[in-house]
Design a binder for this molecule. Structure first.
Ligand code: SAM
Length: 234
């Protein structure tokens, strides 16, 4: 992967950035995504935010090597603190982290989202946390994609300002992903159900404490929810 040829995962994130956007890529360890977006003429300008010194240094180097220092500003900052009002950022990308970490970044500096009309978020796990945050903070799902790369499954969530209501199953699985029900989606959730069933069996042979009983009931509920969603109409 480099700034000309992204991974399939980051290419998917890039495909949802509107042409002409001013992008902030948060957690931009090598700045490949902002460099790609500016090279392709998709983003007019970008901010690359990184909280750790080493990855920040490599982002700075990358932007310099690509000759993009006039279009991409790299800032060492925690999450959206990398975004300044004068940047007038219109789209934020946050990729390659867990859903709860992405949510904590979105919650910590809400003022940085004032000019933002699109969020493109790629959680490695627990996308549910992002859907819950979106419902509570006036963002609606514009699109959702699930993909597999090198044996790992990733989701990309595209949010625009607006309201949405989600059922429990839609919050967990993704309303659009549930409708499309791709092979990757069905495989991911079938694996999850099998894991939960293994935990249930382990609990069944453990001490019958109130805590174990509650955990087993919770798993039974989740298994039913997911099985119904993945078996329907297939
Ligand atoms: N976004 C790139 C991608 O998807 O390939 C890099 C993903 S890498 C696994 C996660 C990066 O996010 C790391 O470089 C980490 O230092 C950075 N990061 C984690 N928490 C952060 C935060 N609060 N603010 C900015 N960067 C953060």
């Amino acid at each position: 992967m480099n700034a000309q040829k992204l991974s399939k995962r980051l290419e998917m994130v890039a495909s949802f950035v509107p042409t002409g956007a001013i992008v902030a890529d948060i957690g931009s360890d090598h700045a490949y995504l902002p460099c790609y977006l500016v090279h392709k003429g998709i983003a007019s300008r970008a901010v690359a935010g990184e909280v750790v010194q080493g990855p920040y240094d490599s982002a700075v180097r990358q932007v310099r090597t690509e000759g993009l220092s006039d279009k991409i500003t790299v800032r060492l900052a925690d999450g959206l603190a990398a975004v300044e009002e004068a940047d007038s950022v219109t789209a934020v990308t946050i990729a390659g982290m867990g859903g709860p970490l992405i949510v904590s970044i979105l919650e910590k500096h809400p003022e940085a989202l004032k000019t933002v009309t699109r969020l493109i978020l790629q959680p490695n796990i627990h996308a549910k946390a992002i859907r819950e945050w979106a419902v509570q903070h006036g963002w609606a799902l514009q699109d959702e994609v699930i993909l597999e790369e090198d044996g790992k499954v990733y989701e990309v969530l595209v949010l625009q300002r607006g309201s949405m209501d989600l059922t429990e199953a839609q919050t967990l699985l993704g309303p659009k992903l549930m409708n499309t029900k791709s092979d990757v989606f069905v495989e991911k959730w079938s694996r999850e159900v099998a894991n939960w069933q293994r935990v249930q069996q382990a609990i069944a042979s453990a001490e019958p404490t109130a805590e174990n009983k509650a955990k087993s009931e919770e798993l039974a509920h989740l298994i039913e929810l997911v099985q119904e969603a993945i078996s329907w109409n297939r």
